[in-house]
Design a protein around this ligand. Sequence first.
Ligand code: ZN
Length: 365
Amino acid sequence: MDRVSDVFDRLVGQDHAVEALRQYALSPVHAYLFTGPLGTSVHDALVCFAAALQCHDHGCGECATCRRVLREQDADVHVAERSGLTWRVDELRELERVARRRPLGDGYQIILIDDVELTVSGPSPSAAALLKSLEEPPERTIYLLGASEVPAALATIASRCVEVKLRALDAPALATILSAEGVEAELAASAASAAGGNLRRARVLARDPALGSRVAAWRAIPDRLKGTPASSSEVAREVVASLDDAVAPLSALQDDEWTRRVDEAREFGQRVLGGRREMDARFKREQRRFRVDETRFGLSALTDVYRARLVESLEAERAGDARARARVASALGALDALAEANARLASNLDESLLLHDLMLRLAEL
Ligand SMILES: [Zn+2]
């Protein structure tokens, strides 16, 4: 069947989910939970589906309604913003109040909440408040929830929703998307392979001329600590500085987005919803996550180097090289230290501290 393009064409690599979403848009229920590994752009998928729900043609992608929703400027599509690392109870209560409003247009009142796994963590989990809102929503209200994972504590909430599963994007799929967006093929391939399945990160890396040299710097760390001994704190300081450099292309991308948003709003004679300050807070959180992703990427490049050393030393040991045993032990120690650093990174630790500790341990092996 030939189809004209529509709003779902934006969800490259998610054919399975898109097929279901086209059906759901025809007769929606009151709550959907979109899940997908980090960086599968769960948020984009939620916004596209919101457009399909509001549009008279179920997501043509062209009409004023579609365009307004895609710009996140539709008065009846409320994109929830959280102020901290987790969702707070009062933030969810406020959303419930919004959910009870009658839509201004003839569509739905849509409440879009990202990262709902963050309602079950933190000092005062807010999942109960969210669950309560899902129990008896007003007739014309639809909740669109997004999560990168569904921990057991989220099971009750999940059971109140139709689940939409997004797939992790592999490097070739990411490269295809980047190429379609006009990125030159070789750059698209290298950015895609360094992005860890994360589309947003791939887009930033594709704008980053220093990507290659950063990878080389991470891979050179073992030699710098051993071959030509630099102090571990000197190496750590350089790595931390390279994280700052890595965030620069993201900041540039964010500035472009802000400018585009203002221009589009002007074109439609609208005020930009959500002020610059809220946008800055969102951008800061994204930069914070980007630093963590970049650190994780660097640790994996470093892990590759030590893994190669381990294989090499094991072969030498097998061939009777008496000094190889010590090299095997040191490579294993390095891999342990890296695995530990990776685990600590997940617990929201300051990267600078983590990297200083790690370099010290690697230097002593
Ligand atoms: Zn439309």
